[in-house]
Design a protein around this ligand. Structure first.
Ligand SMILES: [Zn+2]
Length: 197
């Protein structure tokens, strides 16, 4: 869409109604945007249209939006690494969903499922780097799945720090520093050692 009227060269304003004509040119179709006034004066009357006039429609000029805030979204993989590093029990569901997402994208490969400490652990390997990622299966129920998926969406969109500042991450009693370390979901080595035994 042009930014200005082809005829009077006035720049369009955002939301301004305009008239667009399609003309047949030597190298295909050519689009011509006119302000409503110029359209009325020049081509509204069909007898005044040029021979190569093909069609016409009314539209509105939409000014290009300013660039969105330069917040770089975390990729699912970056977010997973980030959350595993944080090692918080309340993030177990989010980590699980991220692993499933990355497995679908063939970034992670499921290598094994094991039981340790009464829970199921999922062991993944990074398809490119060979790194291992172990996460507990949070055994989400259907109604929890929805909540966790939304949480992952928000985490990907805005990052854990922003959500935390707003208190949107929920409590993490199970993973606070003075709790038994076995409550933490990501003693990765431990999990893997157990998996091997
Ligand atoms: Zn004009």
């Amino acid at each position: 869409m042009s930014r200005a009227c082809r005829s009077c060269a006035r720049a369009f304003e955002d939301g301004e109604p305009l008239d667009t004509a399609l003309l047949r040119g030597p190298e295909g179709y050519q689009r011509v945007d006119l302000c409503a006034e110029c359209w009325a004066k020049e081509w509204a009357d069909p007898s005044r249209r040029p021979e190569n006039f093909v069609s016409h429609w009314k539209s509105r000029y939409r000014a290009p939006r300013p660039e969105a805030e330069p917040i770089r979204k975390e990729t699912a993989e970056e977010l997973l690494r980030h959350l595993i590093e944080r090692g918080e029990a309340r993030m177990a569901g989010a980590c699980f969903i991220l692993c499933v997402m990355l497995e679908r994208k063939k970034i992670l490969r499921m290598k094994a499922r094991t039981r340790a400490e009464g829970r199921l652990w999922l062991h993944y390997e990074h398809a490119r780097t060979g790194e291992s990622f172990s996460v507990p299966d949070p055994e989400l129920k259907l109604n929890e799945l929805d909540v966790v998926q939304r949480q992952v969406g928000a985490l990907l969109e805005r990052g854990p720090e922003a959500l935390e500042r707003e208190g949107a991450l929920g409590s993490d009693n199970a993973a606070s520093a003075d709790q038994a370390p076995s409550d933490k979901p990501f003693p990765e080595q431990t999990a893997r050692e157990r998996a091997d035994s």
